[in-house]
Design a protein around this ligand. Structure first.
Ligand code: 26Q
Length: 833
């Protein structure tokens, strides 16, 4: 055992480049003893060492953060402020160590203390403050911004509970709360000195001023306090540590002493309870508009705190914002990026602050807003386009509603009237307000009207944003709509999560591929090299063996690493078509029952997905998959040729274990529905071969890897549209394809749910009576054929190895560093700092 109480640590000096294992050891011991209070050796646990190691690292990071802040302040480089309701950060220890180049040294220090670093990394909770792709994209972008030495700040909500934890009970999804910071979080620092006061409700008074103009005064009815928690974002081998600032909501007056003294104990705390509910929980209703007042308040709370903070940071450098002096500077120094429409209220708050608190003219404020804001669209699904009722606006943000009306009037009377004079239908179509039984505000329209740039997230998606979603806006402002194809950080999604492959790549390629991902192209020259193929595929096998252990531990299911590992990991949604995968699994099962000698390489189908708690059909798909899995996995007749595994509680840290072990990547959304996808990039980068539709970023992946190295199937965007125009009839496929019919009819029996006939019928009916809105049946045969071709390809080991290697080799484009440089060049115009 080691000796503790080496307490002489100078925490203000050593930087990551001067620190050695001995120094780190004493810092870890220091935190164990003094921060965690290890007074009787009760902290000899992995969890305590994880915490102490994280705290020791955080000290080094905070020093670097301080240096970064000072540098950014004096260089005065323009900053981008990324506003997002979601950040899926995952775990931070391993990534921070890799990025700051202390992984090996920490490993050594911990070995001396009797621990394995990789083991300790597993102790940390995921920071799961997001639902899926949009939240993870925000996290990848922060990594790239710091890596590329840009001045950037992420803003979000400090949810007490992130995305729910998922378990299965008899195949059903069960949700329990996520307790990510129950015992504190070593990475965050509270900054009460930067707290913000936020008003809500009340009414607006119009006061006629001496000069005849009308001034609006908002008499608010309720006040909250936003308290920021800062999490450092460490760039990879760069000079920069940026900040993710998450707002926690507290009451302005936590306690009503009058009520308390009157004996009304419960109500004395009412304000506090109400305020804390605002940042209590992340909404899991992805792509389903919740329309809930609390969600609206969440959005406003975080937007208002962030806008005020952005202005305060500007003023710290340039003095009080003042029309004559520095106002034009603001647009040169500040960019605000809206991650989908969720932070749209920042636009109205920005206008309100400039108009009411800085007394700017309308034109000044509006011109600034246009220069500062840009908006990213992540979906074309109509149900996911946010609309809030005018009544709710009027109740919660009455002043903002008057500003919204003014923006709308100017837009309709100037821009729309000039281009389409006297066109009432056009006015109605483009208005920020949708008339109807309930009048609603179209948040995306407000974003498009305000922002100087609007981008989609993959080429086909951006084209559809122009042609189908906002054609009129595109006609009005031909240069506003643009594309920035998504990317992923190769630090987390290869270097940290796949150490074996990383080592091989570093041995093979002289450039630092984790920065310069295009350098992986050099692997193409080795794609047919027998020796390299063997090394590459042996690593895949090692990673598969690790995953088999994880599968066993999580589900009790035994799978063979010799089987094809076929992976579909993503949020559960009909448009992503997990049920197409499931229908094909049923078909394979039937074929095997009919012919147990069938020449088919054994396959393991691996799922990971959470369903929004209120999304009934998504939950039914999870249940059906679990029940079908149970039957198949225990059927001795098929000789282990088919296994189905649904891993519970899919999240970033689980993705990091699955992705390195995948042979096949399922990217099978209905064409035109998946904006981009980013899991597709992660899997391909780790040498999985994609089976996918021509949708989202799959199209660009296919362009990069070449059609020989991907299995494309199904309807194209145009064919989907044509089928819609003709009138899609799912019944037709049921009647004419006997395999489809047999599989769907199977769901009506009690074969998979003994004694409970019809439990899986919902699924069948969604395809038939439900109309199969995502055209699963139309794509089934083509999908099945593509799988057949894939199975044949796998049987030729050299051919498969070549495909896998080329997938890794050709993913350079999908580095999120490239995405960020695209934003910088076309939207933000930052300089490095
Ligand atoms: C809306 C209203 C109320 C509550 C929640 C929501 C909500 C929450 C999350 C709506 C949407 C989301 C998340 C969307 C999302 O993750 N979109 C994905 O974004 C990725 C990054 O651009 C793309 O790759 C995916 O294609 C897209 O689906």
């Amino acid at each position: 055992m080691f000796t503790k109480a080496k307490t002489t640590v100078n925490k203000t000096t050593a930087s990551s480049s001067t620190i050695d294992a001995a120094e780190l050891t004493s810092r870890i011991e220091y935190h164990l003893q003094f921060t965690l209070g290890d007074i009787a050796d009760e902290k000899e646990t992995k969890s305590a060492y994880w915490q102490a190691t994280s705290l020791a690292l955080q000290d080094i990071i905070v020093n670097k953060l301080k240096a970064t802040k000072a540098r950014q302040f004096s260089s005065d480089a323009k900053s981008v402020n990324y506003l997002s309701l979601e950040y899926l950060m995952g775990r931070l220890l391993s990534n921070n160590l890799h990025n700051i180049n202390l992984y090996e040294i920490t490993d050594k220090a911990l070995k001396g203390l009797g621990f394995e670093l990789a083991d300790l990394c597993e102790q940390g909770p995921d920071l799961a403050l997001g639902n899926g792709g949009l939240g993870r994209l925000a996290a990848c972008f922060l990594d790239s911004l710091a890596t590329l030495d840009y001045n950037a700040m992420g803003y979000g909500i400090h949810y007490q509970h992130g995305l729910f934890k998922q378990a299965f009970a008899d195949g059903h999804q069960i949700e329990t709360p996520d307790m990510w910071r129950e015992f504190g979080n070593p990475w965050e620092v509270c900054r009460p000195e930067s707290a913000q006061a936020i008003k809500l409700y009340g009414e607006v008074e119009q006061v006629v001023q001496a000069n005849g103009s009308v001034k609006s005064i908002w008499h608010a009815g309720n006040a909250f306090r936003g308290v920021p928690w800062d999490i450092p974002i460490v760039g990879y081998q760069s000079d920069t540590v940026n900040t993710l600032r998450l707002w926690e909501c507290r009451a302005d007056n936590a306690f009503d002493w009058d009520k308390f003294n009157d004996g009304d104990y419960l109500h004395a705390l009412e304000d506090q309870v109400q305020a804390e509910s605002v940042s209590k929980v992340l909404y899991p209703n992805d792509e389903h508009d919740a329309g809930k007042e609390l969600r609206f308040i969440q959005q406003y709370f975080f937007c208002a705190c962030s806008v005020k903070d952005i202005i305060a940071r500007f003023e710290a450098k340039h003095g009080k914002l003042n029309l004559a002096k520095n106002i034009v500077l603001l647009a040169d120094k500040v960019a605000i990026q809206l991650n989908d429409t969720h932070p749209t209220l920042a636009i109205l708050e920005f206008m309100r602050v400039l108009l009411d608190e800085y007394e700017m003219t309308w034109n000044e404020a509006w011109n600034l807003a246009g220069k500062v804001f840009a908006y990213t669209n992540h979906t074309l699904l109509p149900e996911a386009l946010e609309k809030w009722s005018v009544a709710l606006f009027d109740k919660v943000l009455p002043r903002h509603l008057t500003i919204l009306y003014a923006i709308n009037e100017a837009f309709l009377n100037n821009d729309v009237a000039a281009k389409w004079p006297n066109d009432e239908a056009m006015r109605a179509r483009l208005s920020l307000i949708e008339e109807g039984e309930q009048r609603t505000v179209r948040m995306a329209h407000l974003c498009v009207v305000t922002a100087h740039k609007v981008n989609g997230v993959a080429q086909v998606h951006s084209d559809l944003v122009k042609s189908d979603l906002f054609p009129e806006f595109n006609a009005l402002w031909p240069n506003k709509l643009t594309n920035v194809t998504n990317g992923i950080t190769p630090r987390r999604w290869l270097k940290a999560c796949n150490p074996l492959l990383s080592k091989l790549l570093s041995k093979t390629i002289k450039e630092d591929w984790a920065k310069d991902l295009n350098s992986l192209k050099q692997l193409s020259a080795l794609a047919d090299d027998n020796n390299f193929q063997q090394q590459f595929m042996d690593i895949k096998l090692q990673n598969k063996i690790l995953l088999t252990k994880e599968i066993k531990a999580l589900t009790g299911i035994t799978v063979s690493p010799e089987a094809i590992f076929d992976v579909q990991i993503k949020r559960l949604h009909e448009y992503k078509r997990q049920h197409l995968n499931l229908l094909h699994i049923l078909a394979l099962y039937r074929r095997l029952l009919e012919n147990p000698e069938l020449d088919m390489h054994p396959r393991v189908f691996i799922f990971g997905a959470k369903a929004a708690p209120g999304y009934k059909l998504a939950k039914a798909i999870i249940y059906a998959t679990n029940k079908i899995a149970e039957k198949i996995n225990n059927d001795p007749r098929i000789n282990d040729k088919l296994k189905v595994v649904f891993l519970p509680n899919y999240r970033v840290s689980l993705a990091e274990k699955i992705i390195p072990a995948a042979d096949v990547s399922e990217q099978i959304s209905t064409a035109g529905k998946e904006a981009s996808g980013t899991g597709n990039m992660k899997l391909a980068l780790n040498g999985a071969v994609t089976i996918g539709t021509l949708d989202g970023a799959n199209i660009e992946i296919a362009e990069e890897v070449g059609s020989d190295n991907i299995f494309i199937f199904g309807l194209t965007v145009d064919e989907v549209k044509a089928l819609d125009n003709k009138g899609y009839n799912s019944q037709h496929y049921y009647e004419t394809n006997s395999e489809i019919k047999a599989c769907l009819d199977w769901l009506d029996t009690d074969y998979f749910t003994p004694g409970h006939e019809g439990e899986l019928s919902t699924l069948k009916h969604s395809f038939l009576d439900g109309g199969d809105p995502y055209k699963v049946l139309a794509d089934f045969q083509s999908y099945s054929d593509a799988h057949f071709a894939l199975g044949k390809a796998y049987q030729n080991k050299a051919q498969w190895a070549r495909m896998a290697i080329l997938n890794t080799a050709m993913m350079g484009k999908f580095n999120s560093d490239r995405s960020i440089e695209d934003y910088v060049d076309n939207i933000w115009h930052l300089t490095k700092s």
